[in-house]
Structure formats: structure tokens, C-alpha cells
Design a binder for this molecule. Structure first.
Ligand code: NDP
Length: 287
């Protein structure tokens, strides 16, 4: 009998996730049996849940991990991939008979959105990352892997910005990572600006683009790329911040590409097969 791929996402809450659509579409396109479920696991239940998983008490073969568990699962892993160690966060778990293996596919997903930039020859490459959470960390690591020379991190909470920058001081890190203030980025000439905050994510009808963000866009000159990690619900790819950047004629993308590629990398870890990316992408916008 062929194997059934029981997959899922643990987080708290998990209700808004698009991951089931992506993975069910990929399973079906690959002709694989299985399902992808959302599992709300409260922080106080995480240790028990993972130990049941290790003992085979839950029938899952692979799980994604989201807020607030990405760091908390680390001590429970039997093995960590190099990317998970580097990121200090796990977003994908492979459940093997001999234990739990933690991976991080967010960095790979992030980099997928920057292929065009990777090929641009030229001057010293500066990236600005707005935000100081897990997505910002993945973006910094991704930019460094793409040979950016300098990465300026600007978040509203200066102590969090400093802590994030200090974490890179402790690594043997190829890029200069320094703290900036979102209110005073003027004068910087960046080729990429990354939004790693949830700004524009909620479905408010009256979202207004903050002035500091407009100033951050100024740093891109006329041809830098704006990369919003927030993903659009519509196939147009228009988040409120992408819309603001496009109004200025700036090349800009939303987080759909990252979402799809981090999911595709997880799918490959679990099944050993490369999924059909276009099928996954289409599944996001299917109502
Ligand atoms: P975290 O909660 O870990 O970090 C969010 C960061 O954004 C913090 O620095 C926070 O500041 C800041 N922030 C929150 N609200 C605002 C605001 N209104 N104005 C300015 N700064 C703000 O979240 P993540 O890093 O995990 O995720 C950030 C975003 O990236 C989310 O929207 C998430 O959906 C998206 N994401 C997309 C992915 C994709 O595949 N496309 C993958 C991962 C994340 P403070 O600490 O002061 O609150």
C-alpha cells in the first residue's frame, strides 16, 4: 500500500494559515495520498505534544511550525539542520523513527524572491530590513547569503533592534549588520527594502502608509526593489505597502513568493519530491 503523508502546522493560533491549501494542492498534483491539518497547540502543551510525536503517538510525518513555537521547539529536536541552527528557529519538522529533525526553510523561501537582484552587478549592496522578529532574522540571513555587503535593521523598538544586531556580532557573519532608526534612514542608498513587520496585513479598509515608511522608500532611489513579506490575498500581489511602492514606479513584490518557496522546500524534505510550484501558487488565490 502506498504511504499516506500526514502533515500539519503547529502554532497558536493557526486559523488564518494558507498552508493547508498549498500542501493539499501539492500532494494532489504529485499523486500522493495524505492531508495537511492545522493544529492549535498552546505553549503549555508544546512539550507533551512533541514527546508524543517522538514516541509515534501522533501519526504525523511532517509538521510546519509557526508563531509562537519557532524557537521553543528547538530544545525538543534530536537533530537540527544547518539552516535551523543559523536561523535560531525551526519552521519545519521531519518526524523520523529515530527522532525529530528541525529545519528552517524561511531563508530559502526569502531568497527565492530576490533572484533578479542576485544577478544585478554593481556597487556596494545595502539592504534595509524593517522589523526585528523572526522574519527579519530570516531576511538578514538571506541577504547575507546573497552577498549583500551591509544590512541596516530598523525596527520601532530599539532594544529589540540592538538585540537582533548583537546576535549577528556573535556569528562569523559575512555582512555588516547595523541598527538604524526607521524615522531617520535618509541618505541611505539601498538596493532592497524588506518589510518584515505585519504592517498592511490586516484587512482594514482605512490603512494609511506611515510617513516613516515613505521615507524608507526614498532610500531605494528610482530602481531599488521593495520586498514586502506580507502576502497579498489577491493574485494582483498588491498589499498596501506594495501599492505605495508601485505608485512611485518602484519594482516591488509581496510575500507570496516566499510563502510558496518555503512551503515547497518543506514539502521536499517530507516527501523527497519537488512539488509543482505553479500549482501551489494558484492554490493560494483560489477561493
Ligand atoms: P514577529 O512578531 O516576530 O515580528 C514582527 C516585527 O514587526 C517586530 O519587530 C514588531 O515590533 C514589528 N511590528 C509589528 N507591528 C508593527 C507596526 N504596526 N509598525 C512597525 N513595526 C511593527 O513577526 P514575524 O517576524 O514572524 O513576521 C513578520 C511579518 O512577516 C508578518 O506579517 C508575517 O506574516 C510575515 N511573514 C511572511 C512570511 C512569508 O512566507 N511570506 C514568512 C514569515 C513571516 P514590536 O516587537 O515592537 O511589536
Amino acid at each position: 500500500m502506498s504511504r499516506a503523508y500526514q502533515l500539519g502546522l503547529i502554532g497558536y493560533p493557526v486559523g488564518h494559515s494558507l498552508s493547508p491549501r498549498l500542501h493539499r494542492a501539492a500532494l494532489s498534483a504529485a499523486g500522493l495520498q495524505g492531508d495537511y491539518q492545522l493544529l492549535a497547540v498552546a505553549p503549555e502543551d508544546l512539550a507533551d505534544f512533541l514527546s508524543r510525536l517522538r514516541l509515534g503517538g501522533a501519526s504525523y510525518l511532517g509538521l510546519n511550525v509557526t508563531i509562537p513555537h519557532k524557537q521553543a521547539v528547538i530544545p525538543h529536536m534530536d537533530e537540527l539542520s544547518a539552516s535551523a541552527r543559523k536561523a535560531g528557529a525551526v519552521n519545519t519538522i521531519l518526524i523520523r523513527e529515530d527522532g525529530l529533525v528541525g529545519y528552517n526553510t524561511d531563508i530559502q523561501g526569502f531568497k527565492a524572491g530576490l533572484d533578479p537582484v542576485e544577478q544585478t552587478p554593481g556597487k556596494r549592496r545595502i539592504g534595509i530590513v524593517v522589523g526585528a522578529g523572526g522574519a527579519a532574522r530570516a531576511a538578514i540571513l538571506g541577504l547575507a547569503e546573497l552577498a549583500f555587503d551591509e544590512i541596516v535593521v530598523a525596527a520601532r523598538d530599539r532594544s529589540k533592534t540592538r538585540a537582533l544586531v548583537a546576535a549577528f556580532d556573535e556569528l562569523d557573519f559575512p555582512a555588516v549588520v547595523r541598527a538604524g532608526d526607521p524615522e531617520s534612514l535618509n541618505g541611505l542608498a539601498a538596493c532592497v527594502l524588506v518589510n518584515a513587520t505585519p504592517l498592511g496585513q490586516s484587512a482594514e479598509t482605512t490603512f494609511s502608509v506611515p510617513v516613516w515608511f515613505e521615507r524608507a522608500l526614498d532610500c531605494l532611489g528610482g530602481d531599488g526593489l521593495f520586498y514586502d513579506l506580507v502576502y497579498a490575498r489577491e493574485a494582483s500581489g498588491l498589499t498596501p505597502l506594495v501599492e505605495a511602492a508601485r505608485k512611485r514606479g518602484l519594482p516591488s513584490i509581496d510575500g507570496t513568493v516566499m510563502l510558496v518557496h518555503q512551503a515547497a522546500a518543506a514539502f521536499e524534505i517530507w516527501t523527497g519530491q519537488k512539488p509543482d510550484i505553479s500549482v501551489m501558487r494558484e492554490a493560494i488565490h483560489r477561493s
